[in-house]
Design a protein around this ligand. Sequence first.
Ligand SMILES: [Zn+2]
Length: 357
Amino acid sequence: MDLTLLPPDITAAHSGFELAVAACADLDALMRLKGEFTGRDGSHAARMMDLLKTAPKEQKRELGAAINGLKNAWEESIKKRQSELEASKKRGTSLASSWDPDLPPPMPAHGARHPLNRLMDRLVDVFRPLGYHVEEGPETETEAHNFDGLNIPEDHPARGSADTFYFAAHEGKLLRTHTSPVQVRVLKRLAPDIEKLGGIRFLAPGRVYRKDEIDPTHSPMFHQVEGMLVGHNIGMHHLKGTLAYAMKALFGPAADVRFRPSYFPFVEPGCEVDVRCPLCGGSGCRVCKGSGWVEILGAGLVHPNVLRFAGIDPTIWSGFAFGMGVERTAMMVSQTPDLRLFFENDQRFLKAMGGLD
Ligand SMILES: [Zn+2]
């Protein structure tokens, strides 16, 4: 299209036309623009038609083609923009109100590891230098792995259908209630080679299920990290030394541990492990309820029956095991009052937790 025959103000208007159309945020603005370019009186198009009438005969043909080309291009663009704006009006959103050619383009948000996964990763990183590797087990388990192999008696309340999700159609199948069945699986698998390996040590992070109502501190699905070591003459001092090291690596040099006697069927003796409150350093705060300590782990020396069930001789081998609630620890460290925030995946929360850019 030859525009050299047209007056310079019209060619200038034409060069800014597409930008002006895109900048129309609503139909009113677009109609004003339409009037300015293609309206009946005083528009650029009308002026061009006047020009055509008075043009020398030999130019008429060429000029007419240029004018028609421009008019058609303008009408086309305006029509296209009009249908866009009408569609966005129907959706109730403003398509172009925020359109500003000077702003940098919107960047897609980057994904990132979930805060719970990052905490589990950190724990794995703490234990890896101590020779622990990661083991995983199925979330659908058998009663044998989830209870029998862990010395949990037939009449233990945890085995009841009030606490455990059983699969009605599959006899003896359930959703694992803790990560401890991974102990049973790994011990059984490695038992034949334990002499050659000189012992067993691993970490088992994963999802577990219990019939809990959802509230700020409970969820029917949550995460645990299980740790286990089997060797010769393993005692409580090994457990305490290992956990003291791990808690310092996780929470900083002030993080001391203390043990309180407790009972779990798969350990003897069993204990609950408190760590010096990482938030107040032990002076007392809301999170530790003024005590300076927070309960964070269950642990103990592996019960001989657990080793025996897996085919390992408890007179030769001994070990310790510990388990940590991931959500509970994450809530404490981040002072998050409601467990559900970790599962709703609201990007504002994840961002605040440092999980997103
Ligand atoms: Zn505290």
